[in-house]
Design a protein around this ligand. Structure first.
Ligand SMILES: Cc1ncc(COP(=O)(O)O)c(C=O)c1O
Length: 409
């Protein structure tokens, strides 16, 4: 008989994983990148150059460059973030992490304990929400409108919590191309957010991994850049601009925070080859690459929008996003997207149901998140046609698709 490891697992551990069944044929989940958009030859050349010049560094933990990560990569980020996000920092303010998910874990581990309260956008990245659930955190969700997190609602929430004697540990925000709504918090709201954060003594945790992907190439300054009191932790990533499989992200924060994260980063450094390759590649190509990527993603978004309009008509409501890799779609009220997810998967189409991306299950019940970066244009068209058919069979909507009136099955 096989040894029973289950009996050794401490209470409160996450439930066991199920084996990966492979992607569905039409995959609109997971925020993957576009394989055709990867500059593989340039990445290979960058790795070759970096290895030839200083491959001997790989013999040492942390590339002989200290616990905060490969210095040339941090120096690239200093220049890039100054140019694009108005962030004034030095390489010493940056910690390279193994994907921004590790950054989330480190900040959470450093600052949160069971029973704490955190404020975030009401519809929010699933990876962040799951982490709060696992840590037993009370999450207060702030509604969004087309301009991102609503500041009137934030003020009300902060005041309400204060009246109850609760001081949230931080305000977590994906302010620039929010996940899943793709909204961008404008300059005025950023100022208000900072003013509220200061007056209530609550720091801000800014998750900025989509900020390079606005169609216009413009973005408001990072909240980190606008703060005058070192009350912001900034999190970034190369996953959405270069490749998620590299697992390279970064935290920018005052030393009072970095010095708390470093003892918790117990992996003896993030992957060295990835950091060396990225530093080499990004110096020469990053700026041009993201221009190309934005065009690719926007073209795929347009294919998705056309497919939704054709297949769902008015049954699919959404705002055309200013950037990013996903569309947040509202289906008619009778559609339960948790059920739609299962039925669609059985038909080969993978979608994110709204309730997994929101702390308000009723508000998100009929919403779905569709990632459009990795499927091909044909897969987008075919996948949406199948999704519409499944939705019609299950919920009677859309009643029309492809301009053909459908009879109820
Ligand atoms: C808002 C947000 N933060 C963090 C991550 C994690 O990214 P990574 O760990 O690949 O940098 C994601 C990935 O989708 C995300 O959407």
């Amino acid at each position: 008989m096989a040894f029973d490891f289950a009996s050794l697992v401490p209470a409160g551990s996450p439930p066991p994983a199920v084996r990966w069944p492979g992607w569905a044929k039409y995959n609109f989940t997971f925020g993957n990148n576009d394989p055709d958009g990867l500059a593989i030859a340039d990445l290979a050349a960058a790795a070759q150059t970096a290895l030839t010049r200083e491959g001997r560094r790989l013999a040492e933990y942390r590339l002989n460059t200290g616990p905060q990560g490969y210095k040339p990569l941090r120096e690239f980020l200093v220049k890039k973030l100054k140019r694009d996000a108005a962030i004034d920092c030095t390489a010493d303010d940056i910690l390279i992490v193994s994907g921004s998910l590790q950054g989330l874990d480190l900040v959470n581990a450093a600052l949160l304990e069971r029973g704490d309260t955190v404020i975030c956008e009401r519809d929010c990245y699933e990876g962040t929400l799951n982490r709060y659930t696992r840590r037993g955190i009370n999450v207060v969700g702030i509604p969004l409108d087309q301009g991102g997190m609503r500041m009137d609602a934030l003020e009300e929430a902060l005041a309400g919590l204060k009246a109850k004697g609760v001081r949230p540990k931080f305000i977590y925000t994906i302010a620039t191309v929010q996940n899943p709504t793709a909204t961008v918090l404008g300059l005025d709201r950023r100022k208000t957010l900072l003013a509220l954060a200061e007056s209530y003594g609550v720091p801000i945790f800014e998750d900025d991994c989509y900020a390079d992907l606005t169609w216009s190439g413009e973005r408001p300054p990072a909240i980190y850049a606008m703060s005058t009191s070192q009350n912001v932790i900034h999190l970034g990533s190369f996953s959405k601009t270069i490749a998620p499989a590299l697992r390279v992200g970064f935290v920018i924060a005052p030393w009072s925070i970095l010095s708390r994260l470093l003892p918790l980063k117990t992996d003896a450094g993030s992957g060295g080859l990835e950091q060396m390759m990225l530093a080499e590649y990004c110096e020469a190509h990053f700026a041009d690459h993201v221009v190309d990527l934005r065009k690719r993603f926007r073209a795929k978004l347009d294919t998705l929008v056309a497919a939704l309009n054709e297949q769902f008509g008015t049954a699919a409501e959404f705002d055309y996003p200013p950037g990013g890799i996903f569309l947040w779609v509202k289906l008619p009220d009778n559609v339960d997207t948790m059920k739609l997810r299962d039925a669609a998967l059985a038909a080969g189409v993978q979608i994110n149901p709204g309730p997994e991306w929101s702390i308000d299950k009723a508000h998100s019940k009929s919403r779905i998140r569709l990632c459009f970066a990795s499927p091909t244009h044909d897969e987008i068209r075919d996948g949406i046609a199948i999704l519409a058919e499944v939705c019609r069979k299950q919920f009677g909507v859309p009643t029309r698709s492809s301009n053909i009136e459908r009879r109820q099955a």
